[in-house]
Design a protein around this ligand. Structure first.
Ligand SMILES: [Zn+2]
Length: 275
């Protein structure tokens, strides 16, 4: 039975009556930090779905296009700052009321806001990994390599897209050079879980263990259309612990919720920052 409320006081009562809350967040948490969302309020794609793992690894052409757009998009994404929603959830952790925050976001803004018990379910965009030798480097460092190899590309005007991507029109991606791993010459990939890839088993097991010991779940800013996040809500429902959600629009778990607040994440959670 889902109760839709615009009034966050019901959410305050919900959070006040639990002490081992697992929080699950998604893109809606970060839209006020200037990072666009992929989906509309019905959970449908607003735009072309992101590149798959198979497409990225399978073709140099796809990687050129990906990194060209990423290089331009990173200028803004790399500067994004946490907003009130991130700060409110960091406060919930500092108060000792949340045991874990699982995020589907790859922007690290929960950590930037001070949260420390965080699982980056889909990885992190601030790191790049070699798919052959496993070496990692920071995305900021790789940005220098990209810019050095493609000095004229940063002059392109582009519209921001999700996950540090940018829409680039009228360019020839064949002219873009993608630097290889400096250790082994292998293919470099953002250290995020692409569509078509699976979340590492130990990451899922750790999150699942927290859900199994939680007394409530709070879902913030996600339509839960991706199974990798939805499964934890399913697990919470199977344990019969109450689940509250803050989201603009419908979620895949609406019939599993005990409370739903349809409001922007930072507004709905603002009470956590009072006092
Ligand atoms: Zn390598």
């Amino acid at each position: 039975m889902c109760v839709v409320m615009a009034d966050p006081s019901a959410l305050k009562s919900f959070l006040d009556s639990h002490s081992r809350i697992v929080v699950l967040t998604g893109a809606g948490c970060s839209t006020n930090s200037g990072i666009p969302d992929y989906r509309d309020t019905d959970g449908q794609w607003k735009r072309t779905p992101p590149v798959t793992y198979q497409a990225f690894m399978g073709a140099e052409e796809t990687r050129r296009r990906y990194w060209a757009r990423s290089m331009v998009g990173w200028r803004r994404f790399g500067r994004a700052q946490p907003n009130g929603a991130h700060r409110a959830l960091a406060r919930l952790e500092a108060q000792g009321r949340s045991s874990l925050l699982v995020t589907q976001n790859v922007d690290r803004l929960h950590q930037a806001a001070g949260a420390s018990n965080v699982i980056d379910l889909h990885g992190r965009l601030d790191r790049v990994r070699c798919m052959r030798c496993g070496a990692t480097l920071s995305r900021a460092e790789f940005q220098h390599e990209l810019a050095h190899a493609n000095p004229h590309w940063l002059a392109h005007d582009a519209a921001d897209a999700p996950d540090g991507d940018a829409d680039l029109d009228g360019v020839d991606f064949a002219e873009f050079t993608v630097p290889a791993c400096q250790v082994c010459g292998g293919i470099l990939k953002p250290d995020v879980v692409f569509f078509g890839e699976t979340v590492p088993r130990d990451v899922v097991a750790t999150a699942r263990d927290h859900v199994d010991h939680a007394d409530a779940m709070l879902v913030v800013g996600t339509s839960l259309m991706v199974y990798s996040g939805f499964r934890f809500v399913r697990a919470a429902a199977d344990r019969n612990i109450p689940i509250a959600a803050v989201n603009l629009g419908r979620t895949r778990a609406d019939d599993l919720l005990s409370l739903k607040v349809e409001a922007p994440c930072d507004e709905a959670l603002a009470f956590l920052l009072e006092g």
